[in-house]
Design a protein around this ligand. Structure first.
Ligand code: ZN
Length: 258
């Protein structure tokens, strides 16, 4: 079977050359290389300017630049035309990063349907951050309530530890501590994850500690999905070098065909 196919392909090239089509193939070879892989970083523009002057998408875009040479990194937001994701951009997007909190209800269902289709049927990667657990695309892809056990504003720091050291998202990441004034408590109402990549231990204002899971991966249809709990808008975690590394690792991991 393989030999037959190869022979047909070889004969096909011969036929193309005979009919002059090989010239066109040569022209195509001189054309610009295949488009760069594309990551779109989306947020809703509600983070305080004193913490995130360029909003959360701007901070993440800045953080991705170092590790994603060769990628097209696009900043998009709910106030942009087509809520930041016109069809042509969504069609070429390999990985979509999503941060939302106060405007989940404003996101059009039609757009959510398109995102769900891109992930499930076409393998676009999806990364949901922090309060995006209740974002429409997150809930559509998980198919569960996506509620946490509790939402508490009683912490000072979160020590993030690597729970799955072999996972590509953890590559080069060691235990680290980030400012964290808001935490979510286990359990998280989601399907069984493929991996829990990160765990976290919070130091509370009263000096005690509390733990909950921080990073999960899933396979959703043809797409790869990563959820990361840190990222409250008053915490500058997306400027942290470790979190930048995690974001870049997650984009590379979630890209289709890898
Ligand atoms: Zn929050």
């Amino acid at each position: 079977m393989t030999i037959d196919t190869t022979r047909r392909g070889f004969l096909g090239i011969g036929a193309a050359a005979a009919s002059g089509l090989l010239l066109r193939a040569s022209d195509a070879g001189a054309a610009p290389a295949k488009d760069k892989p594309c990551v779109v970083v989306w947020s809703e523009g509600t983070a305080p300017k004193n913490v995130y002057p360029e909003d959360i998408n701007g901070a993440i875009v800045e953080g991705l630049k170092k590790d994603l040479a060769g990628w097209e990194v696009v900043k998009a937001g709910i106030d942009d035309p087509e809520q930041g994701l016109p069809d042509d951009l969504l069609a070429k997007c390999d990985v979509l990063i999503w941060w939302g909190h106060k405007k989940h209800g404003n996101v059009k269902n039609e757009l959510v349907d398109k995102i769900e289709k891109r992930v499930k049927e076409e393998g676009m990667g999806f990364i949901a951050l922090h309060s995006s657990h209740f974002a429409k695309p997150n809930k559509a892809l998980m198919g569960t309530a996506c509620s946490w056990g509790g939402y508490l504003g009683d912490s000072k720091t979160c020590k993030v530890t690597v729970a799955d050291a072999k996972h590509p998202i953890a590559e080069g990441v060691k235990e680290f501590e980030i400012p964290n004034s808001e935490r979510y408590n286990d359990p998280y109402a989601i399907p069984k994850p493929d991996s829990v990549v990160f765990e976290g231990t919070f130091t509370l204002n009263n000096g005690q500690t509390s733990s909950s899971k921080q990073g999960f991966t899933f396979t959703v249809g043809k797409g790869k999905f990563f959820y990361f709990q840190p990222g409250h808008e008053t915490n500058p975690v997306f400027m942290d070098e470790n979190v930048k590394k995690i974001m870049a690792n997650a984009v590379k991991w979630a890209a289709p065909g890898k």
